[in-house]
Design a protein around this ligand. Structure first.
Ligand code: SF4
Ligand code: FES
Length: 246
């Protein structure tokens, strides 16, 4: 495959940034999107140019590090797929592809396609945990959990913290991420003692980081590689309301 790439290049946080056009040739349809960028970067290095900076780690769709806006869609148009799991066979030979970083004020660009997502870490630090009294571990299966609660908690726990939901939201809201992190604990017995204080602390931290409010546009769930559903946000809002009316 031969492709034309229009890639956001920004040397650092203070640089204004610009789109730069590159031609890439002889790309295998079996390559992942990141492998295609690796090919371009190897060429840029050989030519003495600065390679394109982008985040990645597992390349298996589980770590949440990768993420870029491809042709205007966070992680690209392939549903429920991270950028690292997106393969070039989903593009036409000769296609023009635009590649940009997540764009949201709380995710400032570090360089090129790399953004600072430490705001997510601070939301987790505000309450994304359970406090466990010291002592021996309880016996397995000693705390019964309803199957549908366990399933819903597990589904919420599949959030990989990639930030695509924020990038896709017209309000730059982190509600889907925060709700997923709240929900995977709030549905389980271990998460009950701190349930309301957790929701309040994490939502307040989300707001203080500068993320926008949710207006139910649903763009977040449409791009989420893990298919976190919109009703997760409703559950978070209910807990937040209860926490503030106590
Ligand atoms: S909710 Fe989905 S899109 Fe948002 S951070 Fe989690 S996995 Fe990524
Ligand atoms: S590199 Fe880990 S999810 Fe893509």
């Amino acid at each position: 495959m031969n492709l034309t790439l229009k890639v956001w290049r920004q040397s650092g946080p203070q640089d204004k940034g610009r789109m730069v056009t590159y031609r890439v040739e002889d790309i295998s349809p079996d390559m992942s999107f990141l492998e295609m960028l690796d090919v371009l970067n190897e060429r840029l290095i050989l030519e003495g140019d600065d390679p394109i900076a982008f985040d990645h780690d597992c390349r298996e769709g589980i770590c949440g590090m990768c993420g870029m806006v491809i042709n205007g869609v966070a992680h690209g148009e392939q549903r429920a797929t991270t950028t690292c799991q997106l393969h070039m066979r989903h593009f036409e030979d000769g296609a023009e592809i635009t590649i940009e970083p997540w764009r949201a004020a709380p995710f400032p660009v570090v360089k090129d396609l790399v953004v600072d997502r430490s705001a997510f870490d601070r939301i987790i630090q505000a309450g994304g945990f359970v406090s466990v009294p010291a002592g021996s571990a309880p016996d397995a299966h000693s705390v019964p959990v309803r199957k549908d609660d366990a399933d819903a908690a597990f589904d919420a726990a599949t959030c990989i913290g990639c930030g695509a939901c924020v990038a896709a939201c017209p309000n730059g809201s982190a509600s889907l991420f925060t709700a997923a992190k709240i929900t995977h604990l709030s549905l389980l017995p271990q998460g009950q003692p701190e349930r309301l204080s957790r929701a309040k602390a994490m939502v307040d931290q989300m707001d203080s980081e500068g993320f926008g409010g949710c207006t139910n546009t649903g763009e977040c769930t449409a791009v989420c590689p893990k298919g976190i559903p919109l009703d997760t946000i409703a559950r978070m809002n209910a807990d937040y309301l209860k926490a503030n009316s106590k």
